[in-house]
Ligand binder design. Structure first.
Ligand code: LMR
Length: 169
Protein backbone atom coordinates (compact mmCIF):
# COMPACT_ATOMS: atom_id res chain seq x y z
CA UNK A 1 0.00 0.00 0.00
CA UNK A 2 1.09 3.56 -0.70
CA UNK A 3 2.53 5.53 2.23
CA UNK A 4 0.00 7.74 4.00
CA UNK A 5 0.24 10.69 6.35
CA UNK A 6 -1.92 11.14 9.39
CA UNK A 7 -4.71 13.59 8.58
CA UNK A 8 -5.13 16.69 10.75
CA UNK A 9 -8.04 16.81 13.14
CA UNK A 10 -11.15 18.50 11.78
CA UNK A 11 -10.11 18.10 8.13
CA UNK A 12 -11.51 19.58 5.93
CA UNK A 13 -11.12 22.92 7.71
CA UNK A 14 -13.08 25.04 5.24
CA UNK A 15 -16.82 24.50 5.16
CA UNK A 16 -18.68 23.62 1.99
CA UNK A 17 -21.36 21.58 0.31
CA UNK A 18 -19.17 18.49 0.08
CA UNK A 19 -19.15 14.91 1.35
CA UNK A 20 -16.10 13.35 2.99
CA UNK A 21 -15.04 9.74 2.54
CA UNK A 22 -11.81 7.90 3.27
CA UNK A 23 -9.47 10.73 4.26
CA UNK A 24 -6.47 8.66 3.15
CA UNK A 25 -7.76 8.39 -0.42
CA UNK A 26 -5.55 10.18 -2.98
CA UNK A 27 -8.53 11.63 -4.89
CA UNK A 28 -10.46 14.88 -4.39
CA UNK A 29 -13.40 15.45 -6.72
CA UNK A 30 -14.57 18.88 -7.83
CA UNK A 31 -17.91 18.39 -9.56
CA UNK A 32 -18.49 22.00 -10.65
CA UNK A 33 -22.22 22.63 -11.23
CA UNK A 34 -23.19 19.03 -10.54
CA UNK A 35 -23.69 17.23 -7.24
CA UNK A 36 -22.63 13.60 -7.12
CA UNK A 37 -21.11 13.80 -3.65
CA UNK A 38 -22.45 10.59 -2.13
CA UNK A 39 -21.84 8.42 -5.19
CA UNK A 40 -18.27 9.64 -5.69
CA UNK A 41 -17.31 9.34 -2.04
CA UNK A 42 -18.72 5.81 -2.13
CA UNK A 43 -16.56 5.24 -5.22
CA UNK A 44 -13.46 6.05 -3.16
CA UNK A 45 -12.94 9.82 -3.21
CA UNK A 46 -11.62 11.48 -0.03
CA UNK A 47 -13.89 14.45 -0.66
CA UNK A 48 -16.37 15.41 -3.35
CA UNK A 49 -18.21 18.66 -3.80
CA UNK A 50 -19.44 21.21 -6.31
CA UNK A 51 -17.66 24.50 -7.09
CA UNK A 52 -19.74 27.51 -8.04
CA UNK A 53 -17.42 30.47 -7.65
CA UNK A 54 -14.04 31.18 -9.22
CA UNK A 55 -12.86 33.12 -6.15
CA UNK A 56 -13.99 32.07 -2.66
CA UNK A 57 -14.92 28.56 -3.82
CA UNK A 58 -11.49 27.95 -5.37
CA UNK A 59 -9.76 29.32 -2.29
CA UNK A 60 -11.60 26.76 -0.20
CA UNK A 61 -10.80 23.91 -2.60
CA UNK A 62 -7.09 24.73 -2.51
CA UNK A 63 -7.07 25.16 1.29
CA UNK A 64 -8.81 21.84 1.84
CA UNK A 65 -6.51 19.99 -0.55
CA UNK A 66 -3.15 21.25 0.66
CA UNK A 67 -4.14 20.54 4.26
CA UNK A 68 -4.35 16.81 3.42
CA UNK A 69 -1.07 15.54 1.96
CA UNK A 70 -2.68 12.23 1.00
CA UNK A 71 -4.52 13.92 -1.85
CA UNK A 72 -2.56 13.58 -5.09
CA UNK A 73 -5.29 13.92 -7.73
CA UNK A 74 -7.93 16.57 -8.28
CA UNK A 75 -10.57 15.13 -10.56
CA UNK A 76 -12.63 17.88 -12.18
CA UNK A 77 -15.96 16.72 -13.57
CA UNK A 78 -19.62 17.68 -13.80
CA UNK A 79 -21.16 20.49 -15.76
CA UNK A 80 -19.05 23.62 -16.20
CA UNK A 81 -20.56 26.65 -14.42
CA UNK A 82 -21.60 29.39 -16.83
CA UNK A 83 -19.97 32.79 -16.33
CA UNK A 84 -17.82 31.60 -13.45
CA UNK A 85 -16.18 28.82 -15.52
CA UNK A 86 -14.80 27.27 -12.35
CA UNK A 87 -13.48 24.08 -13.99
CA UNK A 88 -11.30 25.88 -16.50
CA UNK A 89 -10.30 28.30 -13.73
CA UNK A 90 -8.94 25.49 -11.53
CA UNK A 91 -6.98 24.28 -14.56
CA UNK A 92 -5.67 27.81 -15.19
CA UNK A 93 -4.63 28.11 -11.54
CA UNK A 94 -2.79 24.81 -11.78
CA UNK A 95 -1.10 25.64 -15.07
CA UNK A 96 -0.32 29.34 -14.64
CA UNK A 97 -0.61 30.20 -10.95
CA UNK A 98 -1.54 33.69 -9.76
CA UNK A 99 -0.52 37.25 -10.46
CA UNK A 100 0.95 38.18 -7.07
CA UNK A 101 0.03 41.86 -7.23
CA UNK A 102 -3.50 41.55 -8.55
CA UNK A 103 -4.16 38.27 -6.69
CA UNK A 104 -5.85 37.02 -9.85
CA UNK A 105 -5.66 33.62 -11.49
CA UNK A 106 -3.59 33.95 -14.66
CA UNK A 107 -5.47 32.91 -17.78
CA UNK A 108 -8.80 32.26 -16.07
CA UNK A 109 -11.85 32.60 -18.34
CA UNK A 110 -14.03 33.29 -15.26
CA UNK A 111 -15.56 36.69 -14.55
CA UNK A 112 -13.93 37.51 -11.18
CA UNK A 113 -11.04 35.09 -10.58
CA UNK A 114 -9.53 36.78 -7.53
CA UNK A 115 -8.03 34.68 -4.74
CA UNK A 116 -7.10 37.26 -2.15
CA UNK A 117 -6.82 34.73 0.65
CA UNK A 118 -4.33 32.49 -1.09
CA UNK A 119 -0.64 33.17 -0.58
CA UNK A 120 1.57 32.28 -3.54
CA UNK A 121 3.12 29.48 -1.44
CA UNK A 122 -0.29 27.85 -1.14
CA UNK A 123 -0.77 27.91 -4.90
CA UNK A 124 2.73 26.53 -5.46
CA UNK A 125 2.07 23.78 -2.96
CA UNK A 126 -1.18 22.92 -4.79
CA UNK A 127 0.71 22.77 -8.09
CA UNK A 128 3.33 20.42 -6.63
CA UNK A 129 1.10 18.22 -4.53
CA UNK A 130 -1.54 17.19 -7.06
CA UNK A 131 -2.14 16.24 -10.66
CA UNK A 132 -5.30 17.40 -12.41
CA UNK A 133 -7.58 14.85 -14.01
CA UNK A 134 -9.87 16.69 -16.38
CA UNK A 135 -13.36 15.35 -17.05
CA UNK A 136 -15.16 18.70 -17.36
CA UNK A 137 -18.78 18.34 -18.49
CA UNK A 138 -18.81 14.62 -17.75
CA UNK A 139 -21.63 13.65 -15.35
CA UNK A 140 -21.43 9.91 -15.89
CA UNK A 141 -21.01 8.50 -12.38
CA UNK A 142 -19.72 5.14 -13.62
CA UNK A 143 -17.07 6.72 -15.87
CA UNK A 144 -15.99 9.07 -13.08
CA UNK A 145 -15.93 6.19 -10.58
CA UNK A 146 -13.65 4.19 -12.92
CA UNK A 147 -11.30 7.16 -13.07
CA UNK A 148 -11.27 7.37 -9.26
CA UNK A 149 -10.34 3.66 -9.19
CA UNK A 150 -7.55 4.26 -11.67
CA UNK A 151 -6.14 7.11 -9.54
CA UNK A 152 -6.27 4.93 -6.43
CA UNK A 153 -4.39 2.17 -8.31
CA UNK A 154 -1.71 4.68 -9.34
CA UNK A 155 -1.50 6.37 -5.92
CA UNK A 156 2.11 7.57 -5.48
CA UNK A 157 1.55 7.87 -1.70
CA UNK A 158 1.30 11.00 0.41
CA UNK A 159 3.05 14.19 -0.65
CA UNK A 160 6.36 14.50 1.17
CA UNK A 161 5.46 17.55 3.24
CA UNK A 162 3.04 17.95 6.12
CA UNK A 163 -0.35 19.62 5.82
CA UNK A 164 -0.21 23.30 4.85
CA UNK A 165 -2.84 25.35 6.66
CA UNK A 166 -4.09 28.56 5.06
CA UNK A 167 -5.62 31.10 7.43
CA UNK A 168 -8.41 33.06 5.74
CA UNK A 169 -8.88 36.75 6.55
C1 LMR B 1 -18.53 27.71 -4.13
O1 LMR B 1 -17.89 28.29 -4.95
O2 LMR B 1 -19.14 26.68 -4.39
C2 LMR B 1 -18.44 28.30 -2.75
O3 LMR B 1 -18.41 29.69 -2.79
C3 LMR B 1 -19.45 27.86 -1.80
C4 LMR B 1 -18.93 28.07 -0.41
O4 LMR B 1 -18.79 27.08 0.30
O5 LMR B 1 -18.64 29.20 -0.02
Amino acid sequence: MADKKEVIQNWPLETGDYAVGNVESPVAVVSLGSNMNDELVAAGAAISGPLHTENLGIEKVVANIISNSNIRYVLICGSEVQGHITGKTVEALYENGIDEEKKSIIGSPGAIPFVENLPVEAVERFQKQVSIVSMINNEDVSEISSKIDECISNDPGAYDEDAMIVEFN
